[in-house]
Every structure is written in structure tokens, then in C-alpha cells.
Design a protein around this ligand. Structure first.
Ligand code: UD1
Length: 383
């Protein structure tokens, strides 16, 4: 059974890695079982992210095999990126004729993979289905809605995601609550992350610093909102140092808007340390040992919940409400007062403690593969 797995951007890699590992484990067992199907994974990297720090380092850190196919679509507008990826993925699907296409998350490559497959009548599995921020200004929300609407297997990580799908009229038999694949990667990597030396390299002490990540267009593309956040963060950084591995888009905009320029110098007295994006294991070590995390990322809201590190999310909504209701997450938007007040609460020892959501146990990918092996052969339409 041939399975095409589509990955394109940084947050996809930690979701695909455990699925590839689970496929390998399944195949090893299937070889000893008479009549059992084996799975032939084909890893496709669209090239939506292409810098070493945004892509290759994740393959190394997560011990992933090199992609079988690299499409090299690169940056562009949403339509350019999605369109180019669709064109290239369609060619590949026609050539390879897979039985199933697996897409993960909510980036442009996710939607492109799902659309190209469904029009060729190839069944689509969406991992991390059903997440909704209910904010259609976010490109990811559009990608989530559309991908879910055309998927045949919807793998969810929380009961709220199941509810969202049912409310949109998606048949219950397509929905599988399997847990969180990001957590599979995290639990698999915690020990390796402990052995990194990024803390000593940066002169940081465990529990003695905060971490900031920022890349959402809403926060970084307009000078006004980016400046509101940088002012708040600068104020917090006078109380405790903050490490800021900055996404390429954010670095570009900080420079263009003339923000935080004092902080780029190594001789600065400010306690805000801006670095290039970090690899998976270095970043994991950084957040594991941090006092708090400020972020507008989706995945980091989940990782901090698992690591029991207080997280202040620089957004007004989240598609991951379970990290607020069960985990360590608090939504602070980009309101300076609120950001500083919530950070002070944490520094005073009153940060939010959380619990582990159900099925965030490191076995989600295994459950996904159990379902995938049951996919029937469809009549495919290749043209
Ligand atoms: C994409 C995803 C977002 C995800 C984020 C993680 C969509 C709609 N957005 O947003 O959901 O949270 O990835 O990072 O798919 N760039 C580089 N090197 C790279 C990649 C990008 O320099 O390897 C620069 C380019 O100038 C590019 C900009 O960053 O224009 C933004 O990249 P893009 O892929 O358009 O979106 P992200 O903001 O990364």
C-alpha cells in the first residue's frame, strides 16, 4: 500500500516524523504476519520552507529520512505557493499512484496536497483535523476548513476538534480521535534535547529566562502591532532575560520598521537576545528550561502544556483551546498591559499549572497507522 506524506513547512516536520516511524514499526511486525499488508511511504517535501534552520535541521534532529521527492516551490503569495504546490503534487500523484495521501497541520502545502489528491479520487487523511480559531483572517483557518471538508480520514487530537467537525456536518465515521503527533515527537526527543548545550552556549540558567517566538502576519506585518509587542517584551526583559529566536519574516520586518535595533548588538545592556531560528532539539532544550514562553505559534502552545511551562499566547484566539482549559496557556493578545501583567504574575510564582490532555501520550502516530492500514483500494482517477 503506497502512502504519500506531504510536508512543506517547519511545523509539519515534527508531525510527519512519528508517522514515518510508526509505519516502519508496523512494517517490521507485518513482515512476520502471513497476509498482512506492508506500507510503502513516499515522503514529499514541497519546499515551502527551504532555509537550513527552517527545514533541514528538523530532518536531522528528528532523525527523518531525506524526502523521496523535493518540489522546491519556495516562497510566494498564498495563491502562488498553494498553486505551485498543487501543480507539482498532482504530477507526482499521477506518476506514483498512491492509495492514500496524508497531510498534516494547516499550512499552504497541507491544502495543496489535499486538493490535488481529492480531485484524482485518492483518499486523503488529515492529521490535526478539526482545529478552529474561528478567525477567518488567518490563512491557516482557511486551510483547515477546506482541508477538513475534502478529507476522508480526519485524525483529531482533542474532543473540541471532534465537536467542530460534527458541527460542520462532517460524518462521525470519518473522525478518529487519536491524540497528538507533536507530542509523540516531543516525548521521543526530550532525552536528546537535555544533552544539548544551548543553555551554556547562551550563558543562560535553567528557570532564569523567558523565550519569545513571533511570526503571525497579524502580529509582525504591521509596524503598529509589532511595535506594541516589542515594547511589552522589552519591558518584561528588564525583569528577566528573554531569548528570541526570530523567524525570517519577523527579522525582515523588525529591520524594515527599525524596531529592536539596539538589541541586535552583542554589547547591548538590554536583556533581549535575538537569534536566528533554532533547530528542534535546541529549541526544546530552551523551552524545557525556561520560566515562561511568549509566542504566537500554534505548536508551542501544545509543547509548553506538555512540558508544564507557562505560556502566554500573543493572540486573541486559539485553535487549540484545550491548552487553555487543561494546559498552561493564557491568551494575552498584543495588549502591552496584559502581556506585562501576566508575565509579572509568572515571575511572582503565580504562573498557570496545567495537566496533560487525554491521549497526548506519545502513541498518536501508532493509532493513525492502525487506521491507515484499513484503507480500502478505491477506483482511482488518474489522468
Ligand atoms: C508558514 C505557515 C504558518 C506556520 C509557519 C511556521 C502558511 C499559510 N503559513 O508561515 O502556518 O506557522 O509557516 O513557520 O502556510 N522565509 C525564509 N526562509 C524559509 C521560509 C520562509 O526566508 O525557509 C521567508 C520568506 O521571505 C517568506 C517568509 O519567510 O516570504 C514567510 O514564509 P511563508 O512560508 O510564506 O510563511 P510563514 O510565515 O513561514
Amino acid at each position: 500500500m503506497k502512502i504519500v506524506l506531504v510536508a512543506g513547512a517547519r511545523p509539519n516536520f515534527m508531525k510527519i516524523a512519528p508517522i514515518l516511524r510508526a509505519i516502519k514499526d508496523y512494517n517490521e511486525k507485518a513482515q512476520n504476519k502471513a497476509g498482512a499488508r506492508t506500507l510503502d511511504p513516499i515522503l514529499v517535501h514541497t519546499g515551502q520552507h527551504y532555509d537550513y534552520e527552517m527545514s533541514k535541521v528538523f530532518f536531522e534532529d528528528l532523525e527523518m529520512p531525506d524526502p523521496d521527492v523535493y518540489l522546491g516551490i519556495g516562497s510566494g503569495t498564498h495563491a502562488e505557493q498553494t498553486g505551485k504546490a498543487m501543480i507539482e503534487i498532482e504530477k507526482l500523484l499521477i506518476e506514483r499512484k498512491p492509495d492514500l495521501v496524508v497531510v498534516v497541520g494547516d499550512v499552504n502545502s497541507t491544502l495543496a496536497g489535499a486538493l490535488a489528491a481529492v480531485k484524482l479520487h485518492i483518499p486523503v487523511a488529515h492529521v490535526e483535523a478539526g482545529l478552529r480559531s474561528f478567525d477567518r483572517n488567518m490563512p491557516e483557518e482557511i486551510n483547515r476548513l477546506l482541508t477538513d471538508a475534502i478529507s476522508d480520514y480526519l485524525f483529531t487530537h482533542s474532543p473540541d476538534a471532534d465537536e467542530n467537525l460534527k458541527n460542520e456536518g462532517i460524518a462521525e465515521e470519518k473522525i478518529y480521535f487519536v491524540g497528538n503527533v507533536m507530542v509523540d515527537s516531543l516525548l521521543q526527543s526530550v532525552e536528546k534535547a537535555r544533552q544539548r548545550n544551548i543553555l551554556s552556549r547562551m550563558g543562560l540558567k535553567s528557570g532564569g529566562y523567558g523565550v519569545l517566538t513571533l511570526h503571525r502576519p497579524d502580529n509582525v506585518d504591521e509596524k503598529e502591532s509589532l511595535s506594541r509587542i516589542t515594547k511589552a517584551v522589552t519591558e518584561v526583559s528588564h525583569k528577566m532575560p528573554i531569548v528570541f529566536p526570530a523567524h525570517p519574516r519577523t527579522q525582515k520586518n523588525l529591520k524594515e520598521f527599525g524596531l529592536l535595533s539596539n538589541h541586535q548588538s552583542p554589547n547591548t545592556n538590554y536583556q533581549l537576545l535575538i537569534t536566528n531560528p533554532l533547530g528542534y532539539l535546541d529549541f526544546l532544550q530552551l523551552i524545557m528550561n525556561s520560566k515562561f514562553v511568549l509566542t504566537d505559534s500554534g505548536g508551542i502552545q501544545e509543547e509548553t502544556t506538555i512540558l508544564n511551562v507557562p505560556c502566554l499566547t500573543l493572540r486573541d484566539s486559539t485553535e487549540r483551546p484545550i491548552t487553555v482549559s487543561v494546559g498552561t496557556n493564557v491568551l494575552v493578545g498584543n495588549d502591552k498591559k496584559k502581556i506585562v501583567a501576566e508575565a509579572c504574575k509568572i515571575l511572582d510564582g503565580n504562573g498557570k499549572a496545567g495537566k496533560t490532555p487525554k491521549l497526548w501520550d506519545g502513541k498518536a502516530a501508532e493509532r493513525i497507522v492502525d487506521v491507515c492500514v484499513r484503507v480500502k483500494r478505491y477506483t482511482l482517477r488518474y489522468q
